[in-house]
Design a protein around this ligand. Structure first.
Ligand code: WTA
Length: 646
């Protein structure tokens, strides 16, 4: 590293960068005026005069008297500005099929889809569930829903029928948009059967219509409320005038795991969300929309896909790649082949992916021409310095800045990140609050901790893309984020400032796990396990894992009579893992099930996950003095040492 610990921007990069060093001072001197200036980069049908109303804290109202249409901002205005021929989406299907969709075409498709949805009964404020693979129709549907002032709830295609049904019912969804299936790992993978199962026996009574994209052409069961996407689109007009909606019009709900119970429906609204998604996308990735080709590998089922595949890039008029499949199908160089083919210049992915490529060796990316790349981004979990350095070198040809971006479903957009033309980059650190964002790191008492000391990350001032609440659960909103430190947003992450004042993220401090950059709740997996008749008690921990960051490890106490009666003792692990897969989805399936006789509990009955994590990670067990029964851990450890796990 040039000065021993950081990489300064090259003079060429710095001179052409979108963000100039003055941006920090501008945001500091008048934060609200700074955000208003960012908001004015959007098209407002009715300009706002108010910037922030925080009188109903913690529910913010940004740009409250302004009106805009989010879909118009992502589409029509680029066409009107003369960029209709610019490619919006370079779509690459896993089997190798390709589509290039210009801004003019995408606008037409979204207009048609808005007309289809209107005919199916969708109006302002109605909820539409989207359960699709990563195909252009997913983007088209999201923008069509937004265009109507309706609210989308995208459910990741890897979630099970049960998880889909829970999300549909929580939001009283009226229309579901899905596909027969998509391609994953080299074969067709069905989606429609999960929708059929979710809706069977009137389980989701609010759903009136289902719109089905034909992607794989595999047979599907057809129900009364089903409509083929292609039939409806063929009949629909491609004229649709976007109506302006208030800035605080609800835009989407996205479910995410919390520390307790059912997933939370995180609610985002329009003007503030789009402002921060577009501003961060432009400045952090240094987007030059006329020349860059951008690729974010996230699925639209996650917040990264919402803010950095759909809303940020399209609001900025970017040309971007979307890819349907897995990184290793049909060969482990597939991603690098895509970068070479489309001359991708900005690439945004997760540390898990980087670590698994690192394990395969740099010979694979070395076979491809990656010289078009200029900026690399990382998101979803802490990136270890070793992976950061490999990313910069093996993928970025030792020349690309790597921006490590910290944020959450709840924050809506990036909150902590270097700016590539300004910041001297430090491997493994997310470094600086984005201009306009105020962060403090505090101890349990809410006092700021000195540099070098670990504490809890809090956000002290409202920001435009902040969540506006938890769908139908205002009490939980306050309790989950604003109650620990009054008036401050508590993110659930540990962090510290180093001696230079750079921020290092230290992982979750609550019962949320992060597996391959996906958020999972220990409580949700435990409740799935105890839902099985064989399980008396369960405790789940996230054990560190070299590739996926964390992995799910479950400790269970069995009801031995039930297991014996079923005569399946040797299949316990398989059957319980399957149970979690069915209730939540394959991403939540435990890596390991450990059968134990007892769980370590405090005298007040709280499970001490810290000790279980020690066991799961193969470490000597730490301090056990607060346990009600101090012998429990030695029994568990001894049993595991005997190879009695699984
Ligand atoms: C973690 C994903 C360290 C963090 C955008 C956060 C990170 C949770 C980073 C949110 C990063 C995300 N460094 N940790 N750069 N990015 N996280 O809601 O624990 O799926 O609270 O949003 O991921 O996950 P979510």
């Amino acid at each position: 590293m040039p000065d021993g610990k950081s990489f300064s921007p090259s003079p060429e990069f710095a001179s052409q960068a979108i963000a100039k060093p003055e941006i920090y001072a501008a945001a500091k001197s008048d934060r609200l005026a700074f955000w208003a200036e960012q908001a004015r980069a959007l098209h407002w049908a009715k300009p706002f005069t108010e910037i922030l109303d925080w009188s109903h804290a913690p529910v913010a109202r940004w740009f409250d008297d302004g009106e805009l249409n989010v879909s118009y901002n992502c589409l029509d205005r680029h066409v009107i500005a003369g960029h209709g021929d610019r490619i919006a989406l370079y779509f690459e299907g896993e089997p190798g099929d390709r589509r290039e969709i210009s801004y003019a075409e995408l606008t037409r498709e979204v207009k048609k889809c808005a007309n289809v949805l209107t005919r199916l009964g969708v109006g302002k404020g109605d909820r539409v569930a989207i359960y699709l693979p990563m195909i252009p129709e997913a983007v088209i549907t999201m923008l069509a829903v937004a265009r109507l002032g309706a609210i989308h709830s995208v459910v990741f295609g890897g979630f099970s029928a049960d998880a889909l049904a829970t999300r549909i019912n929580d939001a009283d969804v009226r229309v579901v948009v899905t596909a027969d299936g998509g391609y994953r790992k080299g074969k067709a993978s069905a989606l429609k059967p999960a929708v059929d199962e979710a809706l069977a026996n009137d389980r989701c009574p609010t759903v009136e219509q289902v719109l089905v994209v034909k992607r794989t052409g595999e047979d599907v069961v057809w129900n009364d409320q089903d409509h083929w996407w292609h039939d409806e689109m063929a009949k629909a007009s491609d004229e649709h005038e976007a109506q302006a909606f208030p800035s605080e019009q609800e835009l989407f709900i996205l479910y995410t795991s919390g520390t307790t119970g059912a997933p939370k429906g995180i609610l985002h609204t329009s003007g503030g969300y789009l402002t921060q998604a577009a501003y961060t996308h432009k400045n952090i990735f240094d987007l030059h929309p006329e020349t860059d080709v951008y690729w974010c590998t996230a699925d639209v089922g996650w917040i990264t896909g919402h803010s950095y595949v759909v809303y940020g890039p399209l609001a900025n008029g970017a040309s971007q790649v979307i890819y349907e499949g897995t990184p290793d199908a049909p060969h482990p160089g597939r991603w690098w082949e895509i970068i070479e083919r489309y001359k991708v210049s900005i690439f945004y992915t997760a540390p898990t992916a980087i670590r698994s490529f690192m394990k395969l060796g740099r010979e694979i990316p070395d076979k491809f021409d990656l010289s078009s790349l200029r900026v690399l981004g990382s998101v979803g979990e802490p990136i270890n310095p070793e992976a950061w350095l490999w990313y910069r070198s093996a993928i970025g040809g030792d020349k690309c800045p790597v921006v490590d971006t910290w944020w959450q479903t709840e924050t809506g957009a990036i909150m902590v990140s270097p700016l590539p033309g300004i910041t001297s980059l430090k491997p493994g650190s997310a470094q600086t609050p984005v201009p306009g964002i105020e962060i403090k790191i505090v101890n349990e008492e809410g006092e700021e901790v000195p540099r070098g000391e670990a504490g809890l990350l809090t956000i002290t001032e409202p920001w435009p893309s902040m969540l506006r609440g938890i769908w139908r659960n205002p009490g939980r909103f306050h309790e989950a984020y604003w109650s620990r430190f009054e008036g401050q947003y508590f993110a659930g992450d540990g962090a510290k400032f180093d001696d230079d004042g750079d921020i290092w993220l230290l992982g979750r401090v609550d019962d949320v796990m992060n597996v391959s950059g996906h958020r999972l709740s220990t409580a949700e997996i435990e409740s799935s396990l105890v839902g099985h008749p064989w399980v008396a008690e369960a405790a789940v921990v996230g054990a560190s894992d070299e590739i996926t960051g964390q992995a799910v490890v479950a400790f269970v106490i069995l009801r031995l009579d039930q297991v014996e009666a079923a005569g399946e003792a040797e299949n316990i692990s398989k059957i319980l893992r399957e149970q979690v897969s069915k209730d939540i989805g394959p991403i939540a399936r435990p890596r390991q099930i450990m059968v134990v006789a007892e769980l370590p509990k405090t005298r007040s009955g709280k499970i001490m996950r810290r000790l279980l994590r020690d066991v799961a990670e193969g470490r000597p067990v730490g301090d056990v003095t607060t346990l009600a029964d101090t012998s429990v851990m030695s029994v568990i450890s001894a049993k595991l040492a005997d190879g009695a796990s699984d």
